[in-house]
Design a protein around this ligand. Structure first.
Ligand code: GLN
Length: 269
């Protein structure tokens, strides 16, 4: 059998097959294109076939290879953390545009740490803290911060709980916002991701309400709160921010043209 046939017979999406093959053999896509007609080395087949079987059983490619690219950098991931999504890069860009020199930034529910680490590496002047409730997620976030050499303060905390009186200039979050009965939770990659990182086990806005109400006592005056949410939640999120006393409340479109991030500025008490 040749390499093209090995990948084709795996039954996987072509890109998935190439990524898994590259991961276990060190041979990238360019190598595969040049060697598609070569006879397969049996060692390559025996490394690739078990990974292909895991993927066929539904396991996300990111968990099989142990990393996912976000904002041009590779982040370690495992089933304790949400797999970083390209849509979340919008939240990072919006925060970068709004954070002044030396701004204090807080990321709530940091998971893999992809948001605060990217902010820090893009802007060394920022003073960044990040929290997560899950100790297992914090281990992944700290691993990423040390591998990518980003200085961040990490705290285990139920949202703002351990932060005391400290105030921030920008608060960001990609919280669990999927409504408990949403069928997506039992489909695709989501079946393998931590349920607590995806759903609030309520109407989808429960954590967003907590984040907004706590932001009032943790934002400096005119500070920004920016958070990601579901495709149909933008109007509800704007209303919650306005009721809480935020101004310049607006939503921004993701790569698919869906309002995906909403935010506003804290007017002060
Ligand atoms: N902040 C992380 C991310 O955006 C994790 C978010 C989460 O677990 N809900 O990928």
């Amino acid at each position: 059998m040749n390499y093209s046939a090995l990948l084709l017979q795996s039954g996987l999406d072509k890109i998935d097959a190439q990524v898994l093959f590259g991961h276990c053999t060190g041979k990238n896509r360019a190598w595969l294109i040049g060697h598609g007609q070569d006879e397969v080395d049996p060692l390559h087949a025996s490394a690739f076939n078990p990974l292909a079987a895991r993927r066929r059983a539904g396991e996300p490619v990111a968990y099989i290879v142990g990393t996912r690219e976000f904002f041009g950098r590779d982040f370690v991931v495992n089933p304790s953390v949400l797999i970083p999504r390209p849509d979340t890069e919008l939240l990072v860009e919006l925060a970068l545009e709004r954070a002044g020199d030396g701004a204090r930034v807080l990321d709530l529910g940091t998971g893999s740490g992809c948001i605060p680490i990217t902010l820090k590496l893009e802007r060394l002047d920022l003073d960044i803290s990040a929290v997560d409730l899950s100790p297992a997620a914090l281990i992944v976030a700290q691993t990423n911060a040390s591998q990518l050499e980003a200085a961040i303060r990490f705290y285990q905390s139920d949202w703002y709980q351990v932060l005391g009186e400290v105030r921030f200039d920008v608060i960001v979050s990609n919280p669990p916002y999927i409504e408990q009965n949403d069928h997506h939770l039992s489909e695709g990659d989501l079946r393998f991701e931590p349920r607590s990182a995806l759903s609030d086990e309520g109407d989808g806005l429960a954590h967003i309400r907590s984040i907004i109400s706590g932001a009032c006592s943790h934002l400096s005056q005119h500070g920004w709160l920016l958070f990601e949410h579901g495709w149909d939640q933008s109007a509800a999120c704007r209303a919650l921010l306005e009721e809480a006393g935020f101004y310049e409340v607006q939503s921004w479109l993701d790569l698919s043209g869906i309002e995906r991030v909403t935010g506003g500025r804290w007017a002060g008490a």
